[in-house]
Design a protein around this ligand. Structure first.
Ligand SMILES: [Zn+2]
Length: 414
C-alpha cells in the first residue's frame, strides 16, 4: 500500500460506546458520523472498511525526549536514579553528532506514529559543550522532515546553567516552547521566574519539568500563582513531589493549578523507574497524584517520556503502555487513562479536538479489537493511523498457533 493516502470514508467502525458507524472526512475534518452502512462509497481508493477494528481518536504524547531516545545501547549506562541518568547522558553528549540525534529521533517518532500517535511534544536538551544547539538543530530538521505525517512540538529544556541567550537562540531556530528544571536549581524560585520571564517576553508557551523528586523542593504552587491570567499555554510535567505531600497541602496546590489552568503531565513509566532507588522497603511509586488532579478538574495528560535511554532502559512509546500504567499504578479508570493519552493530551498540547465527532480534526487510530479494555490490555499490533484525513501508517501481522492435542470442549476466540 502506498502511503500517505487521503481518506474520505471510514466504514463499519466500532466506537468505544459500542456503536458501529461510518465516518466521512472532508479534507482534514470529520464531516459526518452516521450509522454503519448509511454513507455511500464515492471513492473506493479513499475508503477504509474497518470491520473488526475499534476506532479511537489518535493518541498524542505530550512529554517525550526524542533527542535522548534509543541511546541506551550506545551509552550502556548503569541502572540508577535521575542524577545517575543525567550524568551518563551528559558524558555521551560530548561525543554524539547531529545526525545521530536526528536518526534516533526520527526512528522513534515514526515508531510512535505507527502505533497511532500523531502528535508528539518533545523536550530538547541544550548541551554543555561547544555546540549547545546541536540537539535543537537536529529536532527542528526532523520536525520539518515529518511535516504532514505528524505534529511535532518542541520544547527547549534549559537547565539552570543554560544562559538566557542560548534559550533565545533555540527559540530563534524554531523551537516552540520554553522548558526547564527549576527544582534542580540552587535557587528554584529564581530559575522558575527567569524561565517564565523569557517565555513572556517571547510570547511562547511553557512546559516545565516540575518537582521530579520524592523529597526535593515544591515549585508547582509558585508556577501556578506566577502564570495566573496568562494566555499562553502552560504545563508542568512529572509533579512527583505533589504526590508525596500531606492531603491538605496537596489539595491547596491542586486548587491553584486548576485556577491557573496549568496542564499537568504525568510520566508514569519514567517515574516508576527513576524514583524510589533509596527505598528498599515499601518502595514509593513516585507518581503524579492523577486521581486527585482529575477529581479537582485539572487539565491532565500523560506521556511515555524516556524510551531506551539512561532515564528509562525500556518502554516503547506506545500510548497503550502509558494508559496501562495509569490504571495499574495510578488507579485511573480505563476511560480516564485513555483520555489522558489521547483527547486530553491534545488539549494540554493546545491542539484541536480529534476523533469521531463532526467538526473534529480527522486524527484516528483504528486498532483490531472489540473494546477499550481489551485493546489497552493487549495493545494489538494491527493498526491503521490517520493524520489530518490522510492514512499515514498501516501495520498488519499474521500469526499461527498450533492446534491443541486435546480438542477443547468449548471453543472461543483466542
Ligand atoms: Zn522529561
Amino acid at each position: 500500500m502506498i502511503l500517505p493516502r487521503p481518506i474520505s470514508l471510514l466504514r463499519n467502525a466500532t466506537l468505544s460506546d459500542g456503536s458501529r458507524v461510518d465516518v466521512s472526512i472532508t479534507a482534514d475534518l470529520v464531516s459526518a458520523v452516521e450509522p454503519a452502512g448509511s454513507l455511500d462509497v464515492l471513492d473506493a481508493d479513499a475508503t477504509l472498511d474497518l470491520d473488526g477494528y475499534f476506532l479511537l481518536p489518535a493518541t498524542a504524547d505530550p512529554h517525550a525526549h526524542l533527542d535522548k531516545s534509543r541511546s541506551w545501547d550506545a551509552i550502556q549506562p548503569p541502572l540508577g536514579d535521575l542524577m545517575s541518568a543525567i550524568g551518563s547522558w551528559r558524558d555521551y553528549t560530548a561525543v554524539m553528532s547531529e545526525d545521530d540525534v536526528a536518526d534516533r529521533a526520527r526512528a522513534q517518532a515514526l515508531a510512535m506514529l505507527a502505533k497511532g500517535t500523531t502528535a508528539i511534544r518533545s523536550h530538547i536538551d541544550i548541551l554543555n559543550g561547544s555546540d549547545p544547539l546541536l540537539c535543537c538543530r537536529a529536532l527542528v530538521r526532523v520536525r520539518d522532515e515529518l511535516s504532514g505525517l505528524l505534529d511535532l512540538e518542541l520544547v527547549v529544556l534549559a537547565g539552570p546553567d543554560v544562559p538566557d541567550a542560548q534559550i533565545d537562540a533555540a527559540l530563534d531556530l524554531g523551537v516552540d516552547l520554553v522548558g526547564g528544571v527549576p527544582h534542580l536549581a540552587a535557587d528554584p524560585e529564581a530559575d522558575l521566574l527567569r524561565l517564565l520571564a523569557i517565555a513572556e517576553r517571547r510570547g511562547v508557551g511553557v512546559d516545565l519539568h516540575t518537582d521530579e523528586s520524592l523529597d526535593g523542593p515544591v515549585t508547582l504552587d509558585l508556577l501556578a500563582r506566577a502564570v495566573r491570567g496568562w494566555t499562553q499555554n502552560v504545563s508542568a510535567g512529572h509533579c512527583v513531589r505533589l504526590g508525596t505531600l500531606p492531603a491538605e497541602e496537596r489539595a491547596r496546590i491542586i486548587a491553584e493549578v486548576v485556577q491557573s489552568k496549568v496542564g499537568i503531565i504525568a510520566n508514569p513509566i519514567t517515574n516508576l523507574y527513576l524514583q524510589g532507588w533509596q527505598h528498599s522497603t515499601s518502595t514509593p511509586r513516585g507518581l503524579t497524584p492523577a486521581r486527585e488532579l482529575l477529581d479537582a478538574g485539572a487539565r491532565f495528560a500523560a506521556g511515555a517520556d524516556n524510551v531506551r535511554d539512561p532515564f528509562n532502559p525500556l518502554g516503547s512509546g506506545d500510548a497503550f503502555e502509558t494508559a496501562m500504567l495509569l490504571v495499574v499504578a495510578g488507579h485511573l479508570t480505563i476511560n480516564e487513562a485513555f483520555a489522558a493519552v489521547s483527547t486530553a493530551a491534545r488539549e494540554v498540547m493546545g491542539l484541536p479536538l480529534a476523533g469521531a465527532v463532526v467538526g473534529a480534526q480527522a486524527e484516528f487510530l483504528a486498532v483490531r479489537g472489540e473494546s477499550l479494555i481489551q485493546v489497552v490490555a493487549d495493545a494489538p499490533a494491527d493498526r491503521l493511523v490517520i493524520h489530518r484525513g490522510t492514512l499515514v501508517a498501516v501495520t498488519t501481522v499474521t500469526s499461527a498457533v498450533a492446534i491443541p492435542a486435546i480438542r477443547p470442549q468449548t471453543v472461543s476466540a483466542p
